[in-house]
Design a protein around this ligand. Structure first.
Ligand SMILES: [Zn+2]
Length: 309
């Protein structure tokens, strides 16, 4: 028996197979069919059948999907790959692959992967953070993914940025696609960092370029110092509520080595505790964590929140 995990992304669909010991045995990726739901389902089915053919065995299937899965209907909501929204992805895949399937949000799968056998393994309470095109998160408690009553546990990216000095130029904040202003995502996503840098300096840089040019370039360095303080403030809000043992960063901006040193020094100002033992760590599996976490949705020894058709 294998555990198949599928990362359904906006540009690619990746399948990964773990054997009984958790070792990776197969990996393949294809381009995501553009805005075509039926083709997307067919591509997933082909990837599973192809993997089973190559490995000569069957297994469980878990899917990491964008957006959230409605607890009521099992249908996708809030996905940036909009052709998925409102579609019975779970039902259609179960019918075509003739087995029970589990689907979870991609940030949740990242958190589950890193908490199971990644950088946060052994942590009782783990908060997994995505700092990429968007900002998301997932919560794992004692090895169990916390889905939540509304299937949004960990979605800190659409909380407002904590602002302690109203004159610091952070209010009211930029408009967010969710309909509010000043969401954490508008500050801490890669595009958010680039946008604020352009507003402050008139220079059009990507987040990657800003990181690469600091500390030599004073304006890039100032932007990263502001970013890491905002990250510390935002994570302090999570620490005050969840008090995690480990916070693991993922997404493109998790590759910035300085955060793991600067942010824990800065968050002491904002966390409501004299001492803070929470560890901030880089990911072990990085981009592979979506598919790995999806595979671990079928870890037998833990009970997962299951979405029935
Ligand atoms: Zn928002």
């Amino acid at each position: 028996m294998y555990r198949f995990g599928i990362d359904l992304g906006g540009t690619k669909i990746e399948i990964l197979a773990l054997d009984a010991t958790g070792q990776e045995r197969h990996r393949e990726r294809v381009a995501t069919p553009r805005n075509d739901y039926a083709e997307t389902v067919a591509a997933i089915v082909r990837l599973v059948r192809d993997a089973e053919g190559r490995l000569g065995g069957s297994g469980s299937v878990g899917i990491a999907a964008p957006g959230a899965i409605s607890q009521l209907t099992g249908r996708i909501k809030n996905a940036n790959s909009t052709c998925l929204n409102g579609r019975p992805l779970l039902e259609d895949l179960q019918q075509q692959l003739q087995r029970e399937i589990r689907i979870a949000n991609d940030a949740n799968c990242f958190a589950l992967s890193e908490a199971t056998d990644g950088a946060a393994a052994g942590g009782a309470v783990v908060f997994g953070v995505i700092l990429g095109t968007g900002v998301g998160g997932g919560v794992v408690v004692n090895g169990r993914l916390l889905t939540g009553a509304n299937a949004i546990a960990g979605e800190w990216g659409h909380n407002p940025l904590p602002v302690f000095l109203p004159d610091a130029g952070e209010l009211p904040g930029a408009e967010c696609y969710c309909g509010k202003r000043g969401c954490i995502e508008t500050w801490l996503s890669g595009p958010g960092l680039a946008k604020h840098f352009e507003q402050a300096t008139g220079r059009t840089f990507t987040a990657e370029q800003i990181v690469a040019q600091s500390p030599a370039d004073a304006q890039c360095e100032a932007a990263l110092q502001a970013y890491e303080d905002r990250l510390a403030r935002s994570l302090a809000g999570v620490v005050n509520i969840l008090d995690p043992d480990v916070i693991v960063l993922g997404g493109g901006l998790s590759a910035v080595a300085r955060w793991y040193d600067t942010v824990p020094r800065l968050w002491g100002r904002y966390v409501f505790s004299d001492a803070i033992t929470t560890r901030l760590v880089p990911p072990r599996f990085g981009a592979a964590s979506g598919a790995r976490g999806a595979a671990w949705l079928w870890r037998d020894e833990i009970t997962q929140t299951r979405i029935d058709p």
